[in-house]
Design a protein around this ligand. Structure first.
Ligand SMILES: CC(C)(COP(=O)(O)OP(=O)(O)OC[C@H]1O[C@@H](n2cnc3c(N)ncnc32)[C@H](O)[C@@H]1OP(=O)(O)O)[C@@H](O)C(=O)NCCC(=O)NCCS
Length: 144
């Protein structure tokens, strides 16, 4: 992800989550947070490039925390999320990461299915973790 990508990334964020990140958060993750790895997946159709997925991860020693990940609504359900997350985790592994962590809304069946299909397991629950509707978060992790 580069600064030029941020506007398209924000559109995906806004169409994916009730509490999207502000622009300055992406700017900070790309330019200032040295622990951060910010990724986009692009379709290149010759004359134009379209961002179809985005993610931000935080690396701490040999662990990575997935801060956010989303696929553009027009490209969901066709395997893009799985390819994107696999590539991202492979890259983290090449940087020495051996374990990945994330939180996911208890009701987010598609995301939970994606994570479980990639080997993540549920470690516990953070009660009322999400401020907008006080929904619980499932804590998930995976050896990579
Ligand atoms: C969660 C998300 C990233 C998944 O990306 P995606 O590209 O739609 O997922 P994929 O097409 O790669 O599918 C991954 C798995 O989920 C399953 N899946 C996809 N859409 C599904 C649906 N609507 N219902 C049930 N399962 C579904 C697929 O069958 C696949 O499992 P399989 O490999 O066992 O067949 C995407 O739906 C998204 O951006 N959602 C909104 C943001 C979000 O919730 N992010 C996660 C926050 S923790």
């Amino acid at each position: 992800m580069t600064n030029e990508d941020i506007d398209q990334v924000i559109q995906i964020d806004e169409e994916s989550f009730p509490n999207p990140w502000p622009k300055h958060s992406y700017f900070y993750e790309i330019n200032e947070n040295t622990n951060s790895r910010a990724w986009v997946m692009e379709i290149d159709s010759g004359d134009k490039k379209e961002i179809i997925a985005m993610a931000v991860l935080w690396l701490v020693l040999d662990e990575v925390h997935i801060g956010t990940i989303a696929v553009h609504p027009n490209y969901r359900g066709i395997g893009m999320g799985k390819i994107f997350l696999s590539e991202i985790l492979e890259n983290a592994f090449e940087e020495g990461v051996i374990k990945a962590y994330l939180e996911v809304r208890k009701s987010n069946e598609v995301a939970i299915h994606l994570y479980e299909s990639m080997g993540f397991q549920i470690d516990g629950v953070r009660k009322e973790y999400y401020r907008d509707n006080r929904e619980d978060a499932l804590m998930m992790s995976c050896e990579i």
